[in-house]
Design a protein around this ligand. Sequence first.
Ligand SMILES: Cc1cc2nc3c(=O)[nH]c(=O)nc-3n(C[C@H](O)[C@H](O)[C@H](O)COP(=O)(O)OP(=O)(O)OC[C@H]3O[C@@H](n4cnc5c(N)ncnc54)[C@H](O)[C@@H]3O)c2cc1C
Length: 476
Amino acid sequence: MTDAAVVGSGPNGLAAALTLARAGLVVEVFEAHECLGGGLRTEALFDSEVLHDICAAVHPMAPVSPFMRSLPLREHGVRMMRSPAAYAHPLRGGQAAIAWNDLDATCAELGPDGERWRSLMLPLMECSEDIVRLMLSTQRTVPPLRALTALAPRMPVHALRLGGGLRTEAGRALLTGVAAHGIGRLPSSAAAAVALLLGHLAHTSGWPIPRGGSGAMAAVMAAEIEKLGGRIHTGVRIDSLRELPADRRITMLDVSPRELARIAPLPAGYLRQLSRYRYGPGAAKADFLVDGEIPWTDSRLSQAATIHLAGGRGTAAEVAQAEELTARGVLAERPYIIVVDPATADPARAVRGRRPVWAYAHVPNADTRNPLALIRASIEARAPGFGDTVIAERGMSAAQLGEYNTNYVGGDIASGAMSLWQTLVRPVARWNPYRTPVPGTWLCSSATPPGPSVHGMCGYHAAASALKEQGLHTEL
Ligand SMILES: Cc1cc2nc3c(=O)[nH]c(=O)nc-3n(C[C@H](O)[C@H](O)[C@H](O)COP(=O)(O)OP(=O)(O)OC[C@H]3O[C@@H](n4cnc5c(N)ncnc54)[C@H](O)[C@@H]3O)c2cc1C
């Protein structure tokens, strides 16, 4: 007997499956890949002992997402590790702007922008729980008043002015580097929301990395599902909902809107609405096996797990120019790049000095170029000699990333452009965005609110909606 079938085992598919299993339903998960986890996979790519995250590596949402907080990570031996700085941004002349976990230390280094940084971040930190509740909601509930009060005066400034009210190049670049995680034109409302959310979390619970890599988080979710009697099948691509167990009452789809249209018998009206859903620029990724620390010119960068790179001087304007070109479908000569060095947070990730380094560049959707040379050159410019430390490497174009995981259409790792409109109306304009017109079938991927990143809340909200229809209740 199967009560619920879940297609896709990304964090949202697993969150949906676990929420249903916790409510007493018999759940079966079907995953196309041989390995479960979707964006949460960790593999030994080049050296059998060195673990690389294939997609997500850094988890600002894990300590704050209500669903992720419900996971017994510690019971399963998974510890969240933090580097002293959440993120950093190299600038002209070799010096970097650094977002230390400690707000005071960050402000002290930002000179004339120090107090502006504090007055931006501190009020957000003081009502962080409410801000997270708002941003990780279905976007269809009454926003907590404290969150609105903190965000209302800040959002317009950051949505309209690059770098907000910050005036120094260091402060403006540091904040713009975070805003660019939203992938798209800058400034914008969506980018402002990303900057304010991720920016303040750097100084509260930080941007942690799970010991052993992201796959450890997927393994905990899978173990909890199986403990409750659920079954997970890998290496099974679902091409039609008819392939799923016939006796199921609920179907959860952790898939892209494009895949939803391919595998589900949708009515013409809904298909028309879905066809208006827009995908954003792509990501092109490089993995390196590196001998020793990255030789950054500013050696303090070795204390930050995440580094943002853009342009030649690293200015906020260069980040925006690169994002503008990418959004227009042009490969920037020096695109915005995120580099992650997990061993700065978890020294055990480096084995006999050999460490995994991960980086991706924002590129046009479906771009087919291998990003290795571009990413290498950008790191080398801030860390002369980096190339000599590389033992092994591989590049994955945006098009290849899209083939690797059909949720990342054309390499769009957000599974849908992150405009303000598409953040709220995701994937179509409906009060319940999870419910599809196919009876008993819900979409639960990051193409639903609250959108991308590893928080599991799209899966949780979709499962909660399904349970409600069954007269069952769930709460986090
Ligand atoms: C390179 C990269 C780096 C990233 N870095 C970060 C980061 O550091 N931090 C962060 O928070 N987020 C990061 N992300 C984003 C994050 O991984 C995603 O937002 C998240 O994984 C989305 O979860 P999901 O469950 O919606 O989809 P996914 O994780 O994409 O999972 C979907 C799963 O469904 C399966 N599937 C799809 N269709 C079918 C089908 N028809 N039949 C069977 N199975 C199917 C897929 O194979 C896949 O396993 C990154 C993504 C990428 C690609």
